[in-house]
Ligand binder design. Structure first.
Ligand SMILES: [Zn+2]
Length: 101
């Protein structure tokens, strides 16, 4: 018996939710939350969404670097506001391809 850390309701069966798996196996107290079942499901969905957002941001970053390279070349100096000029062309190319040398 305890209290859910999210909805603060009393629950018979609290479940351990990982806020992060970074220290899986030797978690800090702050990595874990005791949640009731409905909250645990919600929290897992939120963590998944956050990870997907992170992956998307990383993808954009790679696109930005490739675009810089294409536009200004390896030794060109991009303007300070390059990020504003950046057109995030939604190419269907595999962005994990190695850069052309
Ligand atoms: Zn709850």
């Amino acid at each position: 018996m305890g209290f859910c850390e999210r909805c603060v309701k009393k629950s018979e069966a609290l479940e351990v939710h990982h806020l992060t798996y970074e220290r899986f196996g030797h978690e800090l107290d702050s990595d874990l939350q005791a949640l009731c079942h409905p909250c645990h499901k919600e929290a897992d969905a939120e963590r998944k969404k956050a990870l997907e957002r992170e992956a998307e941001a990383c993808k954009t970053d790679v696109r930005f670097k490739r675009w810089l390279l294409r536009k200004y070349g390896k030794f060109g100096t991009p303007p300070a506001n390059a990020e504003e000029l950046f057109e995030d062309e939604d190419e269907d190319e595999d962005w994990e391809d190695s850069d052309d040398e």
